[in-house]
Design a protein around this ligand. Structure first.
Ligand SMILES: C[S@@+](CC[C@H](N)C(=O)[O-])C[C@H]1O[C@@H](n2cnc3c(N)ncnc32)[C@H](O)[C@@H]1O
Length: 135
């Protein structure tokens, strides 16, 4: 894992993966969307680690707390763009929902993992966002 500007931390493959391979699980505290929204309002960092999902209703996983589980560090890239190489899928395992990241194409060693966060309203997707950090 490296730190680079302006995206912050990111996750890089230390081995090659074939399309369809399981990569990582998004782990954190399971909270309600209401709790997540309250936490997000109080957030001081510009980085968010909350993942919202739907499984028999709305849920959220809060991965804000530092942990060595890497999925919290995977950055966003819109589907259709070259850096997009994975997708988060909800898998129900033994009756329990798990958020799993899978490769959507072959991934080379040293390539950064990126998936579409599924929200079109993300500031870094706006033209000029990177320039914001230069000034
Ligand atoms: C789940 S964290 C990903 C890891 C994060 N980059 C870090 O440094 O810990 C999500 C946050 O990373 C940043 N981020 C993710 N994808 C980005 C992108 N494509 N460009 C700029 N910032 C991005 C945003 O601040 C976002 O709220």
């Amino acid at each position: 894992m490296f730190v680079f500007f302006p995206v912050g931390n990111g996750v890089f493959a230390t081995s090659a993966f074939h399309k369809g391979s399981f990569l990582l699980e998004y782990c954190g505290d399971r909270i309600t969307p209401e709790e997540a929204e309250e936490k997000e309002k109080k957030r001081k960092s510009r980085r968010s680690y909350v993942f919202y999902y739907n499984w028999n209703g709305e849920h959220a996983i809060d991965a804000t707390k530092w942990s060595d589980r890497l999925c919290r560090f995977v950055n966003d890239e819109k589907i259709g763009y070259p850096k997009n190489n994975s997708a988060m899928k909800l898998k129900v395992i033994n009756g329990y929902p798990r958020l799993c990241l899978f490769a959507t194409r072959d991934i080379n060693i040293n390539e950064e993992l990126r998936y579409d966060y599924g929200d079109n309203d993300l500031p870094w997707r706006e033209v000029g966002f990177s320039l914001y950090f230069l000034f």
